[in-house]
Design a protein around this ligand. Structure first.
Ligand code: SAH
Length: 356
C-alpha cells in the first residue's frame, strides 16, 4: 500500500501569483498524493504576507509582479526543477477590480491588470517549452469571462497547445452556506479533458454549478448553525463588539442590510467592505428568529444581531480549522483580506479534477 501511494504521488513546484492569504496554497494542501516541493508566493500586501508567513512559514515575495522578470522565473526553475517528473503549477488570482462595476470595468486598460498582462506576455509566452506550467488555475470575479483579459488568456493557452475548461461556480452549488460566484479557468498541458466535449478549449462555453460534472461532489447540506457550530446560548452571553451597536442600528443604511438566521442555508458573499457598508457586502446574523418579520425596525434587534466574525468567514471559505490571523491585525484588515480571498473547497474540487 505504502509503495502504491508513493508511486502515484505527483511532485510539484508552484508559482502562487497574487497569493493574498494563501487560499490557493490551502486548496493544494488538501489534495492527496501531491507533494509540494517548493512554492513561490507573490503579493505586495504586507498584511496578506504576514498572515501567509504565520500560517505556512513561507515568506511571500513582496515585489510587484511586473518586476519579476523572465530571467528571474527561469533562474528559479533552473535551481529548483531537479528532475523531469516534477510538474510546474501556476495559480493566479489577479486583482478583480478591473472587472467589477465598482471598478469601472476597464479590464486590461486598468493599471491593476498590468501584472497579469506581464505574466502572460513576458513570461508565459516567452519562456522555454519545458518551463511552461503543466497546470494552471485562475480565479476571478464574474465578468472576467467576457473580458479582453480572458480572451488574451485563452488565446495564449491555445497558442501553447493547452487544454482548458472554464467555470462559474459558487460555494452554494456544493451546499456550503455562502454565495461567492466566481470565474475559474483550469488548464493543462498534459491532460485532455476528454469527457467535457464542447466545453474543452471553447472561450464561449462555461460550466456552471448545476452541470453533472459535479455529481457526487456536493457536501451534505448544513444550515448556518451547524456549519459554523454556533452555540446560541454562549453567543448571547458573549456580548462582543461584533454585536451591532444602537448607533449603527439607528443608521438609515441599516435598512438595506441582509439579515440571515441560524436555520438558513445561505449567506451573501462577504466582500472587503463587510461591516463598513451594509448593502451587498455580506449577511448579518440575527440570533433570535422570533424577532424576524417583514418591515422590521433594526433597532428592535439590538442585542440579538451581530456580524459574522473573521474566524467564521474563514470557515465559510473552508480554510483549515487551524488557520489563524496574526494577533496584531485589526478586524478591519482581516475582513479586507477575507473579501479578496477564495473558497478553498471550490478551488480544491477543481484542482483535484485538474491533477488527477
Ligand atoms: N487568492 C488570494 C487573494 C487574491 S486578491 C487569497 O487567497 O487571499 C489579489 C491579490 O493581488 C491582493 O492580495 C493584492 O495585494 C495582490 N496584488 C495586486 N497587484 C499586485 C502586483 N502588481 N504584484 C503582486 N501582487 C499584487
Amino acid at each position: 500500500m505504502e509503495s502504491l501511494t508513493q508511486n502515484n504521488e505527483q511532485k510539484i513546484i508552484v508559482f502562487e501569483f497574487f497569493s493574498g492569504i494563501g487560499g490557493m496554497h490551502e486548496a493544494l494542501k488538501q489534495i492527496n498524493n501531491l507533494k509540494i516541493l517548493k512554492i513561490f508566493p507573490f503579493d505586495i500586501n504586507p498584511n496578506a504576507n504576514l498572515t501567509y508567513l504565520e500560517n505556512f512559514k513561507i515568506k511571500p515575495n513582496a515585489i510587484s509582479i511586473e518586476s519579476f522578470s523572465l530571467k528571474d522565473y527561469e533562474n528559479l526553475l533552473e535551481e529548483n526543477l531537479t528532475d523531469n517528473s516534477t510538474k510546474i503549477v501556476w495559480t493566479m488570482s489577479p486583482p478583480c477590480q478591473p472587472f467589477t462595476r465598482q471598478g469601472n470595468m476597464e479590464g486590461l486598460n486598468d493599471n491593476r491588470s498590468t501584472a497579469f498582462i506581464h505574466l502572460m506576455k513576458n513570461i508565459f509566452l516567452k519562456t522555454k517549452e519545458n518551463f511552461l506550467p503543466h497546470y494552471l488555475i485562475l480565479e476571478n470575479v464574474k465578468n472576467f469571462e467576457i473580458s479582453e483579459a480572458n480572451k488574451m488568456l485563452c488565446e495564449s493557452l491555445l497558442e501553447k497547445k493547452y487544454n482548458f475548461l472554464q467555470f462559474l461556480l459558487s460555494p452554494i452549488d456544493f451546499n456550503i452556506p455562502n454565495s461567492r460566484l466566481r470565474f475559474y479557468l483550469i488548464a493543462s498541458k498534459i491532460k485532455k479533458f476528454n469527457n467535457e466535449g464542447e466545453y474543452t478549449n471553447n472561450i464561449n462555453k462555461i460550466i456552471t454549478g448545476n452541470n453533472n460534472f459535479f455529481n457526487n461532489l456536493v457536501l451534505p447540506k448544513k444550515d448556518i448553525k451547524s456549519f459554523l457550530n454556533i452555540d446560541i446560548e454562549n453567543d448571547y452571553i458573549k456580548n462582543s463588539s461584533y454585536y451591532l451597536s444602537k448607533e449603527i442600528l439607528n443608521r438609515k443604511s441599516c435598512l438595506s442590510m441582509d439579515i440571515t438566521l441560524l436555520k438558513n442555508f445561505s449567506t451573501n458573499c462577504f466582500t472587503k467592505s463587510y461591516t463598513k457598508l451594509f448593502k451587498g457586502t455580506g449577511s448579518i446574523l440575527l440570533l433570535d428568529e422570533k424577532l424576524y418579520k417583514e418591515n422590521l425596525n433594526p433597532i428592535d434587534l439590538f442585542g440579538h444581531i451581530r456580524f459574522f466574525t473573521p474566524n467564521e468567514i474563514l470557515k465559510f471559505l473552508c480554510f483549515d480549522e487551524n488557520y489563524y490571523f496574526p494577533k496584531d491585525l485589526s478586524d478591519k484588515s482581516k475582513y479586507k483580506l477575507l473579501g479578496n480571498s477564495v473558497n478553498v473547497k471550490v478551488v480544491n474540487i477543481l484542482m483535484n479534477y485538474l491533477f488527477n
